[in-house]
Design a protein around this ligand. Structure first.
Ligand SMILES: [Mg+2]
Length: 258
């Protein structure tokens, strides 16, 4: 593996698992930074805002500033602020997503006739009332976007339903297909990451544990890709996958240096 100028790390399953750092993560990242490499962290998880991720990483021994973390709710807020500034949005999501949208100047609404965009996201308080508001707005022609499309989210005890389930519920009643998912593997999240690094795609390595998000995103963008086996993907999953990484590592600790 050559040396890269920029490294884009997934978080869950790559840098940490739950509340624990993957062994060697802090040492590897410290070494990359010492060598002057750019490092950013990308997460599809819309449950926190950047300062909370930065604080968690710092607490795990990886000193990080909020601008070094990019997640799907930030990408969505930036996209809407650019494409539909001030639009009225109904988001099925948790408070940090709503805060991110409001901070980007979007209006949060619950009246179907006023809603211009319905956002499907990861929401552990999802209920029939929210589904109905989203359904009524979609029937009236609101745009249908999502932060991420992950079917489930890994937790210590297994998995719980993620934004993919909310997309499915809205699709199931309205017959509308989600138009745009901004999280990985979307090119929108890559653009923000490369801008933050100040580097072209070909100078970067993406390191992640999911083939259909991290690795697919990297391949589409023209970056080199490394799959780590410390998260959801097992070596045998590679046999039948259409998405193939350039490198396969046991974990982040095995990133080679010369
Ligand atoms: Mg992951």
């Amino acid at each position: 593996m050559p040396n890269f100028r920029g490294y884009i790390f997934d978080l869950d399953g790559t840098v940490y698992l739950g509340e624990k750092a993957i062994p060697g993560a802090s040492e590897t990242i410290a070494e990359l930074r010492k060598r002057g490499c750019g490092v950013v962290f990308l997460s599809n998880k819309p449950l926190q805002r950047r300062p909370a991720y930065a604080e968690k990483l710092t607490h795990l021994g990886i000193p990080t500033s909020p601008d070094q973390v990019i997640n799907s709710s930030l990408v969505l807020a930036r996209y809407l602020a650019r494409e539909m500034p001030g639009a009225t949005v109904f988001a099925i999501g948790e408070p940090p997503l709503l805060d991110e949208l409001a901070a980007a100047g979007l209006r949060l609404g619950q009246t179907p006739a006023e809603i211009e965009v319905v956002v499907a996201s990861f929401d552990r308080t999802f209920d029939y009332r929210k589904l109905d508001i989203g359904f009524q707005a979609l029937r009236r022609g609101a745009r249908f976007l999502a932060t991420n499309a992950d079917p489930t989210c890994p937790v210590e005890e297994g998995e719980i339903p993620d934004a993919g389930a909310v997309i499915g519920a809205l699709d199931g009643c309205s017959g509308r297909k989600v138009e745009l998912v901004v999280g990985k593997p979307s090119s929108l999240i890559v653009e923000i990451a490369l801008k933050q690094l100040g580097l072209p795609a070909e100078a970067c390595l993406v390191v992640g544990d999911r083939l259909e998000t991290d690795i697919l995103m990297g391949r589409r963008a023209g970056m080199s890709t490394a799959l780590v086996l410390s998260g959801v993907t097992r070596k045998e999953d590679l046999v039948h996958s259409a998405v193939q990484p350039d490198y396969v590592l046991e974990s982040i600790a095995d990133l080679p240096f010369d």
